[in-house]
Design a protein. Structure first.
Lengths: 351, 351
């Protein structure tokens, strides 16, 4: 018998969809992705991009010290101090992996079934829809919620690949606080909001942050541009591209060869790290020809304020259909919406 | 000088907007509502409708036992049991008021200014916009995020008003577990999804749940209708309306006089409680003539997947613009979106 709803993806969108689908008695099945060397085949990142971050300060409901807050309400007044004292070092906000595992647990508590495998191809040409996993499993389903997210872009240089996790990163918030980057000059590539965010974040740790922009202008909003310009630690370089990542096996990355794209000249910057902030690619390769996508490859929503896609019974949630907000809470919001949309679709069909 | 952004409302949408606006350095000002006897003047319910609920099981990130989860990661392994033991009774999910206070705290941590007062009139005819509070305060602002929510509807009977909080309720989840409703027959008015949800919830406590529907059909989805029909404790009565709430000063509500709207006959049902589940009214009375509303009075979004309204610089979030999903996490999601929309609007205007 076909499944009622299959959810592909395991970030905030996927788990929010699972929580709501499970509470609606739809017995959802989640393909949470496979822990393979190269997840690019289908694209699902287990536990989503949040699993690659450290603290999450902006997911509503988790202020720093939230644990202390609960302790205060949970134990007798005269014992609060005893409890809080050893927890002081845990006064941080929730971390990305913690938050994702909490959502996963919540989905499981309500009866969600989870398969640690990835969907690599889909047949949406007729109903029930057919999904095939990396492990060779085939599943038929009345509805699908696609929550496969998006992945950070890299430059594609061999030297960049060589020093990944040894100085090259696509996530300042995940990696910026590591000892290897402290009090060193760092390089950020990109001119959008994210690039400014990353540069600002890194400026807390770095001696200097060099921002490399290909053009004469920022793509970032004015506020963000000003934020970069007003930060004494950030140096902005226009018309610059990365020609090569420099380093050796022992130290990893030690610098960046920078090309001036106006006159072709190059310059070597000494650096402790290179952070890419040049956009994301939605994980939709496995949907090509099956579902309407935007020119950038994101899933296209067909109805305002709903999660409907170009195929009935197929819903999208999270970053895979959002190149604009891309926040944990907006993804969780659309995940919830997709589950309710699926529930109402099934109800209307009498399934 | 005008404010950058004023947020009206203090449910998940309002706080999510505040968290994001504060982190974007917009120094948001939140009017969280006033604790007046009759909040209907403007409509802001302090801390939103969630503040009226008990446990919130479906806000992603808070499975039951989340506190235990954190304890396990926070204290040394050999001390975990000592810590967990007295917390066992706190193994519930987060409560509505807890969740709202956590979000409020998070917004405050990032520098949100909060005023315990309600906006009762707005002048959106020219910029900067002018807002006037119940307490007589006037504020000018470049952008406004409206997150005033919606309120439950009542029948409007004098006897209903008389027994409010003494047997009459519009929120089964808030009140259903109270001792006065245990093992008693209860009455639910309404035929939508919410009515079924409420009846199902109450069936855990009640001896019988009578659902009164005005028509021959449910408005609820098929799944929800089946849920009601398959619940042995729920009795469904079609073509029935409440003529009168019965009771006395000592016991409060004791029963409901039910009218058959086909033949006009009446019948007295003995009951311990009456639960209204006949929809919500968005808190938009103070916007009349200033902003485009839907026929049901909700704020109209003008652009797909954005929080723009008919006035530039005015954004809407949460239930005040949503008669469809109405969940904590969808409200938080649109709250975040509204703040990012306001940030980009101000940046584009160079403010």
């Amino acid at each position: 018998m076909p499944e009622h709803v299959v959810i592909i993806g395991s970030g905030p969108a996927g788990w929010a969809a699972a929580i709501y689908a499970a509470r609606a008695n739809l017995h959802p099945l989640v393909f949470e992705g496979a822990e393979t060397e190269d997840n690019r085949i289908a694209g699902t990142l287990p536990l989503g991009q949040l699993n690659l971050t450290t603290e999450v300060e902006n997911y509503p409901g988790f202020p720093a010290g939230h644990l202390q807050h609960f302790i205060r309400t949970a134990v007798a007044k005269d014992r609060v101090e005893t409890y809080l004292e050893p927890l002081e070092e845990h006064a941080h906000a929730v971390t990305g992996p913690e938050l994702m595992n909490l959502m996963r647990q919540q989905a499981e508590n309500f009866g969600t079934r989870i398969i640690t495998d990835d969907i690599v191809s889909v047949d949406l040409s007729r109903q029930p829809y057919k999904l095939t996993s990396l492990g060779g499993q085939t599943v038929q389903t009345h509805t699908v919620i696609i929550a496969t997210g998006a992945k950070a872009n890299y430059l594609g240089l061999a030297s960049e690949e060589r020093f990944k996790n040894r100085g090259v990163s696509a996530c300042a918030v995940c990696d910026g606080a590591l000892p290897r980057f402290r009090n060193k000059p760092l390089v950020v590539v990109g001119g959008g909001d994210t690039a400014v965010e990353e540069a600002t974040y890194l400026s807390k740790y770095a001696s200097t942050v060099h921002m490399l922009l290909r053009r004469d202008k920022f793509r970032a909003s004015k506020v963000m541009e000003d934020r970069a310009k007003n930060n004494a630690k950030i140096k902005i370089h226009h018309f610059r591209e990365v020609a090569e990542v420099l380093g050796d096996d022992k130290q990893g990355l030690t610098g960046v060869r920078v090309k001036n794209n106006q006159d072709g000249s190059t310059d070597d910057l000494s650096a402790g790290g290179l952070f890419l902030a040049i956009g994301h690619t939605p994980n939709t390769a496995f949907l090509e020809g099956q579902l309407e996508l935007t020119p950038l490859g994101y899933i296209k929503f067909t109805t305002p304020q709903r999660t409907y896609t170009s195929k009935e019974g197929v819903f999208a949630a999270g970053d895979v259909a959002d190149d604009y907000y891309r926040q944990a809470v907006t993804s969780a919001g659309t995940g919830c919406m997709a589950a309710l949309d699926a529930e109402r679709y099934l109800a209307a069909k009498g399934i």
